[in-house]
Design a protein around this ligand. Structure first.
Ligand SMILES: Cc1cc2nc3c(=O)[nH]c(=O)nc-3n(C[C@H](O)[C@H](O)[C@H](O)COP(=O)(O)OP(=O)(O)OC[C@H]3O[C@@H](n4cnc5c(N)ncnc54)[C@H](O)[C@@H]3O)c2cc1C
Length: 599
């Protein structure tokens, strides 16, 4: 069966044109007979197909590769198109912390009692709220969560069977956000021997089996996909999905652009979208949150791969609906994060690019990792502090956060001590000039801070040429030097002088009378003085295309768009950080797409 399908995978342009001509202009090229099967006929546009497969998967990330492997192993011919020069997506840059529960063999080995029902109950518990009052799970789509809960433990065993090695010691709670309060579920894929995308080198052999990394998830899956015969077309960016009529009929295939050429790739059974979300697309993300203007340019996972919303936009163009929009703006988890490094554009706390990385020419700097936020102040575009620099971003639920925990009890929220957790909101508040966006946030510090933190304040640690790092001998001069693309108004030097003088007085007094920073420790006094980019980072997409339990995409009437599937960050209805939902939904989509009739 599978060999038979493979023979039919690539057909010449001439064959296609000939067959299409025979079919007549009113008939789609999908009327081509498949070997061993009766020809299926469908109405639609005349398309000159360049390639074909039973299933076309868009994106070789945490959703796409599992989907492709499952479909291929079910006997389908599979083509994966990937926009990047390599597989992996955000998943390969990730920490490899994967919340897979519901009764895995690892949980049983560790004596942890979990089940699909407990997982479902956890991920739909209305009563779990964060200290700021935001609920993690209340707006999850029950149908989608039930499918996840039922497929979660099998997905873990599937990963193991496909070569993913997990570190000893799990499950624990490390790296999880919104993964359920009842029991630990977090597993960690071991980095092993593959060169990391962050450094271009493998880890020290002594720690390869004990360090969690997305590399240890995606390279084994790539190997499994290639071994199974999945065709992966790198540097092929999907730009359009074909449907028989603009808002009706089956999905027929896609357009992929590669090095200036456009290819039409026919999908005889289905197209699976695994394009990884939309937080890199300024206009798209601003539909959810108008504050997220252009200066939020340090999307985590970039410059390895983008989340440009292309999957969502292509699907919406043929009638798809969005879903679960609250999950994008709810103030929990990691949708928007405080930076972990400063002085560079790509400053997500868990991702540092080092020279040697294949994308270091794009990242341009490693950034300065902040060990102690007492070593600096943070100011907005006009040189004013806005919050306690030591405060953190939004929190999220994890096993044991609420104690005692009674599922669905009103006491879970009542017993939570209120803490507004407003660092991100203050940073995004702006300067009151009637414009959207908080503008750049700058870390201001002095020569003593550089010594305390042991920073190297020059390239490649910081991005001077890109305008993400400035130095000067006086505070006044420093403010005047801050000129870059996103600094839309000059920073008044006098403002910055006043801010620094006031903060230094707080250090003398031992009290931050403006923002309650606990006992401000260090004055900013010894030149040179520095301004380093410290603007918040956009990270997760948690709202996307409307899907059902089978991961079929639905339209504005709630009807399935035949032949179109989606999972991971491009799918909506499920508020959880990252990999587990992408992997599970990839598996679900691959399985159901492979069961579709070949047209
Ligand atoms: C630094 C970092 C650390 C993280 N750590 C963790 C963690 O420890 N645990 C966790 O659970 N989650 C983590 N995550 C989140 C997790 O990596 C993502 O949620 C997950 O990878 C999403 O899977 P996906 O398949 O939706 O997207 P991705 O894995 O990003 O894959 C999408 C793929 O689609 C490709 N693509 C996009 N558009 C197109 C197009 N038009 N045509 C063709 N290809 C396209 C992209 O290039 C990409 O390769 C982390 C993310 C980052 C950035």
């Amino acid at each position: 069966m599978s060999m038979e399908r493979r023979k039919n995978d690539k057909i010449s342009r001439r064959q296609f044109l000939e067959r299409t001509a025979m079919a007549g202009t009113a008939m789609v090229a999908a009327s081509v007979a498949t070997q061993g099967r009766p020809a299926a006929r469908a109405r639609g546009p005349l398309i000159k197909w360049d390639r074909e497969a039973d299933i076309v998967v868009i994106g070789a990330g945490a959703t796409g590769l599992p989907a492709a492997i499952v479909a291929r192993e079910a006997g389908a011919n599979v083509i994966v198109v990937e926009a990047n020069f390599d597989i992996g997506g955000h998943a390969i840059t990730s920490g490899g912390n994967i919340p897979l529960g519901g009764g895995t063999s690892a949980q049983r080995k560790a004596g942890i009692k979990d089940s699909p029902d407990l997982l479902f109950q956890d991920l739909t518990d209305w009563s779990v709220v964060q200290p700021n009052g935001f609920p993690d799970y209340r707006y999850n789509d029950r149908e989608i969560i039930r499918a996840f809960a039922d497929n979660c433990a099998p997905a873990f065993e599937w990963l193991v069977a496909h070569g993913v090695i997990f570190t000893e010691g799990g499950p624990d709670t490390w790296g999880g956000t919104s993964v359920g309060n009842s029991v630990p579920r977090e597993m960690h894929s071991a980095a092993m021997h593959w060169p990391t995308v962050q450094t271009g080198k493998p880890l020290d052999p002594a720690v390869q089996a004990t360090t969690s990394s997305g590399n240890g998830l995606m390279r084994p899956l790539e190997a499994a996909a290639r071994k199974a015969g999945v065709k992966i077309l790198l540097e092929h960016r999907m730009t359009r999905i074909y449907r028989e009529a603009p808002n009706a009929g089956r999905v027929l295939g896609i357009v992929a652009e590669t090095r200036g050429a456009k290819l039409s790739i026919r999908a005889k059974s289905a197209v699976i979208i695994g394009t990884g979300g939309s937080t890199g697309n300024v206009n798209f993300r601003r539909m959810f949150d108008p504050r997220l203007t252009e200066e939020y340019c340090g999307l985590s996972g970039m410059p390895w791969s983008d989340q440009d919303g292309s999957g969502e936009i292509a699907a919406m163009a043929i009638g798809a609906s969005l879903w679960g929009l609250y999950n994008q703006t709810g103030e929990f988890g990691t949708n928007i994060t405080k930076p972990g490094t400063i002085g560079c554009q790509y400053n997500y706390c868990n991702l540092q690019w080092l020279p040697g990385s294949p994308v270091f020419n794009l990242a341009r700097a490693t950034g300065l990792r902040v060990a102690d936020w007492q070593d600096l102040i943070l100011v907005n575009m006009i040189g004013r502090r806005f919050y306690d620099e030591c405060a953190d971003q939004y929190t999220a639920n994890n096993a044991g956060q609420i104690e005692p925990y009674v599922p669905g009890s009103y006491l879970n929220a009542k017993n939570m001590r209120y803490d507004p957790s407003n660092f991100i909101n203050a940073a995004l508040a702006g300067i009151g000039d009637g414009k959207n966006g908080g503008g750049p946030i700058w870390a201001i510090f002095d020569g003593d801070a550089v010594a305390r933190e042991r920073w190297i304040s020059k390239p490649p640690s910081v991005d001077v040429d890109g305008g993400f790092f400035f130095a000067a001998q006086t505070i006044r001069e420093l403010a005047a030097r801050i000129v870059m693309k996103y600094q839309r108004v000059p920073m008044p030097p006098r403002n910055l002088e006043e801010t620094v003088a006031r903060y230094n007085a707080f250090v003398d007094e031992g009290e931050d009378r403006d923002f309650g920073k606990p006992a401000p420790k260090h004055k900013i006094a010894r030149p040179p003085f520095y301004a380093a980019w410290a603007t918040p980072v956009v990270h997760d997409t948690r709202a996307g295309l409307r899907i059902n339990a089978k991961c079929q995409v639905q339209d504005m009437s709630g009807q399935v768009i035949p032949g179109l599937y989606c999972g991971g960050e491009s799918a909506g209805g499920f508020s959880q950080h990252g990999l587990a939902r992408a992997i599970c939904q990839g598996i679900i989509a691959g399985r159901n797409a492979a069961a579709e009739k070949v047209m």
